[in-house]
Design a protein around this ligand. Structure first.
Ligand SMILES: *Cc1c(COP(=O)(O)O)cnc(C)c1O
Length: 417
């Protein structure tokens, strides 16, 4: 670990105060040009006594704008203190968790996984246009059918086709021949450039795609490709498993990664993360963004600096060891659930290093779904799966309750008679 450590609450507080101090202070400094200020004083009191002990809320009231990307070129001077903490958080993620060389990546705290995924698709679409003179209809996105809907959304926005590759019903994995046939077919219809989205934890199953399978098949087919990892769900879990496949920047085929801090990290909404190797992000430079000092290389414009600080603060209040322990507690609860389901004869999908259990729907009634807020795979009346996500607030006694109710439903509910 080069960057990630644990700070005491006093250290966290000092560093955040220092960062806010290095920013422009709208209450005391002369600052005439920004359409920005601290939050409205009638609603957000900046001298409330409790703010003294709540550094993050203080940052929220100070309202720094982190517009732009702060790993490359210049950035707005007014917010340089808190930009530095955003960079520290990104260093932990890119270098310590995802094995990138120091200073060999660009990235930013985005509004969410959707933005980070679309940012990646946008970078690669323009990369193929700028470097190969590709036309939009020569470019295709390739991803499994279990991929998050932000990818079809991006495909629609960016005007490039999305090839959805079916997976095996039980294993949720893509078969090599199925992938090969799909790529051959796409090639025959004029596709030459491929943007792969390989999942590190699908939303419904927690299944993990093998990025090397995509790399091997596309290399054999002698086409140009780039691989993006969607770790929006799995990014704060899967890398902490010691026997994992290296789905990170140590794999030369992988060029970018999405992570969501507002899922497993329990940061506030608005904290997705986009990371990519150097020499890629300039493909989405908006030259017209001339009033922003430095460059705007991001999809969203203005964004909250307090959100970046929230990510920083969570990471540095745990440090790597306590985070590892926290994840393992969730995995132990997940394992307990799987053992109980085995005893009851309820079939399910579960990746052993993830905290999702997706049960086949045959033994689960509509009442159980509603009572426990289980998430169905589809709402179209043809649902085959229900998922349980073992988050921090999902404890063994909740799971015990669920199992008791399921057992009871088999004798009491008419659909099982
Ligand atoms: C949640 C999720 C997203 C989208 O993230 P938002 O933060 O909701 O925009 C993308 N991919 C996966 C795998 C997800 O689980």
């Amino acid at each position: 670990m080069k960057f990630w450590k644990k700070y005491s609450s006093k250290e966290l507080s000092q560093k955040i105060n220092q960062a806010i101090k290095s920013n422009v202070n709208f209450s005391t400094d002369v600052s005439l040009g920004y359409p920005a200020s601290k939050l409205d004083g009638n609603v957000f009191y900046d001298n409330a006594p409790f703010l003294k002990d709540a550094p993050l809320l203080k940052a929220f009231v100070a309202n720094p704008n982190h517009i732009g990307c702060h790993t490359i070129g210049e950035s707005e001077r007014a917010f340089k203190g808190t930009h530095e903490l955003e960079r520290e958080a990104l260093n932990v993620l890119a270098v310590d968790i995802f094995n990138c060389e120091t200073n060999a990546y660009d990235g930013y705290i985005a509004t969410g996984g959707t933005e980070a995924n679309i940012q990646a698709l946008w970078v690669y679409r323009n990369y193929f246009v700028n470097n190969f003179n590709a036309s939009f209809d020569e470019i295709a996105i390739v991803s499994s059918e279990d991929t998050h809907y932000s990818i079809p959304k991006g495909s629609n926005l960016l005007g490039i086709k999305n090839l959805s590759i079916p997976v095996d019903f039980e294993t949720r994995l893509i078969d090599r021949d199925v992938l090969k046939n799909a790529i051959e077919k796409a090639k025959n219809s004029g596709k030459k450039y491929f943007i792969v989205v390989s999942n590190m934890g699908t939303t419904m199953f927690g299944s993990i795609d093998d990025p090397n399978l995509f790399a091997e098949v596309l290399s054999e087919q002698k086409v140009e490709f780039k691989i993006h990892i969607d770790g929006a769900f799995g990014g704060f879990i899967y890398p902490f498993n010691k026997e994992r496949q290296a789905i990170d920047f140590s794999n030369p085929h992988i060029s970018s990664i999405t992570i969501d801090a507002h899922k497993m990290l329990q940061a506030p909404y608005g904290t997705g993360v986009f990371l990519s190797r150097k020499e890629l992000i300039h493909n989405v430079l908006t030259k017209e963004a001339q009033y922003v000092n430095g460059m705007d290389l991001t999809l969203c414009g203005s964004r909250s600096g307090a959100n970046a600080l929230a990510v920083w603060m969570i990471l540095f209040s745990y440090g790597p060891h306590r985070w590892f322990e926290k994840i393992n507690i969730l995995l132990m609860r997940t394992k307990w659930l799987c053992e109980q389901l085995d005893l009851l004869g309820i079939e399910y999908y579960h990746h052993p290093k993830m905290n999702i259990v997706t049960m086949k729907s045959t033994k689960i009634s509509k009442n159980i779904e509603e009572k426990f807020d289980l998430v169905p795979e589809t709402h179209d009346g043809n649902n085959k799966w229900y998922k349980i996500v073992i988050m921090d607030h999902v404890e063994i006694n909740h799971l015990e309750d669920l199992l008791d109710c399921i057992k009871k439903s088999w004798t009491e509910e008419p659909e099982f008679q």
